[in-house]
Design a protein around this ligand. Structure first.
Ligand code: RP5
Length: 162
């Protein structure tokens, strides 16, 4: 197995049912990834160390998901030069609006690409696109994937018109 290019981290293993969609999307394109729990509030030192070491370990994109007071994506973005994609994980209360607002309102200078609430699949697909910008083979796979989406949409229209 080649060394991971995408780091998928989350505040708790309870986020995994959402975050595994990011892992599945990345795996569909044959991109090596790692997944781990890195909690901003329960293990802040380890979280900072993860962000500081990520680029040096060979990671190229970080996907970070958290729920509630979701500070993990923003804090990682503050200590890594890598692109960080944030996934708001919906919890029992507030329907994920708390997670979304905690992730999306970053101060100028510290960007986080914030996905929709529960939008972990798009996080994986965005990570693939970021890598594909400098990888022609991967880009061809993204184009083929887009063709599949187009064909599926046409098929839906055909079924309605039939
Ligand atoms: C957040 O608290 C985690 O990202 C998770 O969404 C939430 C609940 O964590 P657990 O209490 O289930 O470990 O930091």
């Amino acid at each position: 197995m080649s060394s991971p290019l995408v780091g998928i981290v989350m505040g708790s293993d309870s986020d995994w049912p959402v975050m595994r969609l990011a892992a599945e999307a990345v795996a569909e394109f044959g991109v090596a990834f790692e997944a781990d729990v890195v909690s901003a509030h329960r293990m802040p030192q380890e979280m900072i160390a993860y962000g500081e070491r990520a680029a040096g370990r060979g990671l190229r994109v970080i996907i970070a998901g958290a729920g509630g007071a979701a500070h993990l994506p923003g804090m990682l973005a503050s200590v890594t030069p890598l692109p960080v994609i944030g996934v708001p994980v919906p919890l029992k209360y507030l329907d994920g609006m708390d997670s979304l607002l905690s992730i999306v309102q970053m101060p100028s200078g510290v960007p986080v690409a914030t996905m929709a609430i529960g939008g972990a699949r798009n996080a994986g697909l965005l990570a693939v696109r970021i890598l594909a910008a400098a990888d022609e083979d991967l880009r061809a796979r993204v184009v083929a994937f887009q063709s599949t989406l187009r064909d599926q949409a046409h098929a839906k229209g055909e079924r309605l018109r039939a």
